[in-house]
Design a protein around this ligand. Structure first.
Ligand SMILES: [Zn+2]
Ligand SMILES: [Zn+2]
Ligand SMILES: [Zn+2]
Ligand SMILES: [Zn+2]
Length: 243
């Protein structure tokens, strides 16, 4: 019967808790110093294989859970059903495997299993699978670095394009501003010229105004008449000039 490996299975039955120092793989239980001595001398158990409890505890828990006893009937497994791929005690056989025809002695199946070809093949397969996994991991790592490289290239390309667009816009702005300045300068010149000629005309008109009363008094009618025509013509041309 499987017990906790910590305490002696035999002492447990007597409701005494003692730490086990060895594990009997036949009885599937731990034994304390006293019980181990008895176990190694007793006729029924002196050929049992025992290992130190430390070695036993190094086994994976899943392996520790596999016992030589049927948990349902508390009897030692003796038979192996190939159809259901399970070990059976004599009670299991009667209860659930009466229809099964491929029944063999458990000892025949597990005999020499540790040196069997099947185990060797499993070990080989494990090596192969581990190698394949490593290869796949390496491949994925390579993929990652390729991906990173690609990302950096695209990033660089985007920045380059951005700079190009910026430069283009700068140039466009510069050209437009240049045109605006040129137009302003040209128009300024026109206004300056216009204002200059207007000032000249202004002076001429002021001159007429200053002289007109004097002319009215002393010039002949003909002189006055022709002067009026002259002024009309001048003012008219000025009007045109303004519009
Ligand atoms: Zn004991
Ligand atoms: Zn034993
Ligand atoms: Zn059973
Ligand atoms: Zn079966």
């Amino acid at each position: 019967m499987a017990t906790s490996s910590q305490s002696c299975g035999v002492c447990d039955l007597r409701h005494i808790t003692k730490p086990s120092i060895v594990w009997c793989t036949e009885c599937d239980e731990g034994l304390c110093t006293g019980c181990q001595e008895h176990h190694s001398l007793s006729k029924s158990s002196k050929r049992h294989n025992v290992i130190s409890i430390i070695e036993y505890q190094k086994l994976p828990t899943d392996v520790q859970k596999i016992t030589q006893y049927c948990s349902k009937h508390d009897e030692k497994f003796q038979i192996y059903c190939k159809k259901h791929e399970c070990p059976c005690c004599s009670k299991c056989l009667v209860e659930s495997h009466t229809e099964c025809w491929d029944i063999v002695n458990l000892d025949d199946v597990i005999h020499n299993v540790k040196t069997s070809n099947a185990l060797f093949e499993i070990e080989e397969t494990l090596v192969e699978v581990a190698e394949n996994l490593q290869k796949i991991c390496q491949l994925k790592q390579d993929n990652r670095s390729t991906l990173k490289k690609k990302k950096m290239e695209i990033e660089k390309e985007i920045k380059k394009t951005r700079t190009k667009i910026n430069n283009h816009l700068d140039k466009l702005q510069e050209n437009l501003m240049k045109q605006v300045y040129e137009v302003e300068e040209k128009e300024n010149l026109k206004i300056y010229q216009l204002v200059s000629s207007l000032e000249i005309k202004e002076k001429e008109i002021a001159e007429y105004q200053r002289n007109i009363s004097n002319i009215k008094q002393h010039a002949t009618d003909l002189q006055m008449f022709l002067l009026m025509k002259q002024i009309e013509k001048d003012v008219c041309s000025e009007d045109k000039f303004l519009h």
